[in-house]
Design a protein around this ligand. Structure first.
Ligand code: ATP
Length: 236
């Protein structure tokens, strides 16, 4: 096969105290692949994202990324390896300006990439207009955009987008999807956790459905029809 595995998850188990949040979760994401992770409220989607990014330690299982075992790695080590987790509505420093937020993202990555700032402002013209404004004074949608711009500046190998379009106006939802398309075109793989199941399935090439912490269904995104959505999400 010509595809190379970028992320490999095997037998993942996560507990919050006595409560089992994930159990026996296994899947792969190839280089440049796009995986939609769907599931009802409480199914474990955010827990999966937090575990992969080093925020929650699993009690069992293994996570390998780009040929390295990152099962017990810290969030900063995971990020340095090229895995970026975008939780909804976070990841910006409200007291710093838009420009400072973007510059910090480059510095934190140890990157001095000529053109990265210009590229960010081309993808997000609104941020260029507001470059001297404090991030905390931006609208929720604009802060979301800034978080995304920060993440994309360091050319991640894998972006986990956790409900990025939650609560956004339709035009901003489009911006989010376009930005992720651009990240993908630039060579990144994407794991998309998304309330808009149909849009996520159009975007992704594979789909994983979680139900009460286990993998209930997985397959090609195109095969996750209305029946699957109705059965596991109670919607279609
Ligand atoms: P949603 O779509 O509502 O965000 P989700 O699929 O992302 O749901 P998780 O947030 O991962 O689901 O939650 C999975 C399970 O773990 C739920 O039963 C939830 O109540 C529980 N849980 C999540 N975070 C914690 C925590 N910090 N402490 C204890 N239990 C938690």
């Amino acid at each position: 096969s010509t595809t190379t595995t970028l992320l490999s998850v095997h037998g993942l188990e996560v507990r919050y105290g006595p409560a089992l949040a994930l159990s026996g979760v296994s899947f792969d994401v190839p280089e440049k692949g796009a995986l939609a992770v769907l599931g009802a409220n409480g199914a474990g989607k955010s827990t999966l994202a937090r575990t992969l990014s080093g925020l929650v330690p699993p009690v069992a299982g293994r996570v390998a990324f780009a040929g390295r075992d990152i099962t017990a790695a810290s969030p900063s080590a995971v990020r340095r390896a090229g895995l970026v987790h975008l939780p909804e509505g976070r990841g910006v420093f409200p007291g710093l300006t838009v420009h400072e937020n973007l510059r910090m993202a480059l510095t934190a990555a140890g990157a001095e990439r000529a053109g990265a700032m210009d590229r960010a402002f081309t993808i997000f013209p609104v941020l260029a207009e507001r470059r001297r404004q404090r991030a905390g004074t931006l609208s929720g949608g604009e802060q979301q955009m800034l978080g995304l711009a920060r993440a994309l500046m360091i050319s991640p190998r894998l972006v986990i987008a956790d409900e990025l379009s939650l609560g956004l106006a339709p035009t901003l939802v489009d911006v989010v999807f376009e930005s992720l398309e651009r990240a993908r075109a630039a060579g990144a793989a994407i794991i998309m956790i998304e309330q808009f199941a149909h849009r996520a399935l159009e975007f992704a090439d594979r789909c994983l459905v979680l139900q009460r912490g286990t993998v209930a269904w997985s397959g090609p995104a195109g095969a996750a029809g209305d029946e699957v959505l109705r059965h596991y999400l109670g919607a279609a």
